[in-house]
Design a protein around this ligand. Structure first.
Ligand code: ADP
Length: 487
């Protein structure tokens, strides 16, 4: 907006009309004092100021405007009918004005000047605004940088205080901080510690981690510099995410040699104990079978039958323990050969129905497929799934087995029960070694290794498998194994 200051209303009227005709918004003041009041309250892009006014004259107004930081940048044009002498014109400029026009006013010149000043003022204002914005952006960035630095320092001092070897890396994987333990294993910041030649290459693994953008844990063996004594360490790497973007990586190497040794001792013990138990058990089984073939009275026969049942249970447990140590030692190996699945399933179901005459085991669907399998091991899985279904359904006497050939030529096998079911959290773990659901313990005994062995067997058959269950509403255990031809 442009402010016209003149003590004579007719002059104001004339000027206002010209400017408004050219679409300039105009405000007016009839004295220097009013002009000052208004210029402190409103924003003007230009003030056209009559020099000669009663009270405060134009030069005094200009002096005041030049001295105030809110008005000092407003361009001024002095208008005067009399002060055409050079000394007055000079006074006009020195008091902060920008131009000077004498009366009678040449309209074209006035408009030209007004347009130029107006544009200049707008440009100036935009520049000032941009500068202010830039400055506040710089401030924000400085603050963010400072905060990031403070966070990094905090993280580094935490990493410096922990007993593990620790490091941080930039988002693209360059190591930018290591704690002092690092130097026990590596001579420089940017070189990862050397790992045992049988373990995965750490640089290749690091690249994979960066690509996956996911946290990762990895067991590797590494030795201190100048030492050949390799010890197991757990490398654990996590991304630090801010606003959905990875800004840093934090990694630690934790010495897990003791845990590894303890686990090995336990595995060795289990393996040795189950082998040692197997030999006398085989003799017991032989003698019991011998006794069974002899003539006995009714009560001895009953006790013998119970003994045989218990011997079978014990044999199952020992076999499971032996399987576990075979898996641990990488010795669970078996050949796959074409197997008529339907035949295998029907004979297994018959055997299970014989052992559990009180349970109704129903088979639905088509099982006619040949699959590449190890019949003994696959039978072990079927028995385990169905035995569990019976074990964990104390209130139900009904088990449903479904088989199907899928369009992708896979054989689908599922066992459904109406027992205690499994919560989603436990479902994630039940195929892990020694995992038992605590609620299940009240229902049946077990070691928590059956499903682990099943999982290992199924993996070696190239099968996918799982469980679908709602707590309290039973469970469905299934596997899908490739069929080689439809029978
Ligand atoms: P075990 O039965 O000897 O404990 P498994 O490895 O066969 O060991 O099973 C692991 C756990 O999974 C069981 O302890 C039980 O909690 C749960 N589970 C397995 N099958 C079922 C089922 N059909 N219904 C409910 N829970 C089950």
């Amino acid at each position: 907006m442009i402010l016209i200051v003149d003590d004579r209303p007719e002059n104001i009227f004339a000027l206002k009309s010209i400017l408004e005709l050219h679409s300039f918004p105009v405000d007016t003041a009839l004295s220097g004092e009013e002009a000052l009041r208004k210029s402190l309250k409103n924003h003007y892009s230009l003030i056209i100021l009559d020099v000669q006014m009663p009270g405060m004259d134009g030069f005094e107004v200009a002096d005041f405007l030049a001295g105030n930081k809110n008005t000092m940048d407003i361009p001024l044009i002095f208008l005067s009918a009399v002060n055409t002498e050079k000394k007055f014109i000079t006074k006009g400029y020195s008091s902060g004005a920008i131009d000077y026009i004498t009366k009678p006013i040449d309209q074209d010149i006035l408009l030209l000047k007004v347009k130029t000043f107006h544009r200049l003022y707008e440009q100036n204002r935009e520049l000032t605004l941009a500068k202010q914005q830039l400055q506040s952006e710089i401030e924000v960035r400085k603050k963010a940088q400072q905060q990031a630095q403070e966070k990094a320092n905090e993280l580094n001092s935490i990493l410096a205080s922990i007993p593990q070897v620790a490091f941080t890396a930039t988002a693209d994987g360059n190591i930018d901080f290591v704690n002092e333990h690092w130097y026990n294993y590596s001579s420089s910041v940017d070189t990862f510690p050397e790992v045992h030649s049988d373990d995965p290459c750490i640089i290749a693994e690091w690249r994979k981690i960066l690509q996956s953008k996911q946290p990762k844990q990895l067991e590797i063996r590494m030795a201190k510099l100048q030492s050949k004594e390799y010890k197991y360490h757990l490398l654990s790497v996590v991304p630090v995410i801010e606003n959905g973007m990875i800004v840093k990586w934090v990694g630690t190497f934790t010495d897990i040699e003791e845990q590894k040794q303890a686990l090995k001792t336990k595995d060795d013990f289990l393996s040795m104990a189950s082998h040692e138990l197997k030999t006398p058990l085989t003799s017991i089984k032989g003698y019991v079978q011998l006794l069974e073939s002899m003539q006995h009275d009714e009560s001895t026969t009953t006790f013998l039958k119970r003994t045989i049942t218990q011997v079978h249970k014990l044999e199952g447990l020992i076999n499971d323990l032996l399987d576990i140590s075979k898996i641990d030692n990488g010795e669970l190996k078996f050949e796959l050969a074409p197997v008529d699945f339907e035949k295998l399933l029907l004979s297994t179901l018959e055997m299970l129905r014989h052992i559990h005459p009180e349970i109704k085991i129903i088979h639905k669907g088509n099982a006619a497929a040949t699959i590449m399998a190890n019949d003994i091991r696959l039978e072990q899985v079927i028995i385990n799934f169905i035995s569990n279904a019976i074990k964990y359904s104390p209130q139900s006497k009904y088990i449903e087995v479904t088989t199907e050939l899928t369009p992708a030529n896979h054989l689908y096998f599922a066992v459904k029960d109406w027992g205690i079911g499994i919560s989603p959290e436990n479902q994630k773990n039940i195929f892990s070694k020694f995992y038992r659901v605590s609620e299940a313990a009240t229902c049946a005994q077990g070691l928590g290794i059956g499903l682990y062995i099943c999982a290992e067997i199924l993996k070696r058959h190239g099968a996918d498998f799982g469980v679908i269950s709602e707590p309290g509403d039973g469970a469905l255990f299934y596997f899908n194994v490739p069929a080689i031809n439809k029978v």
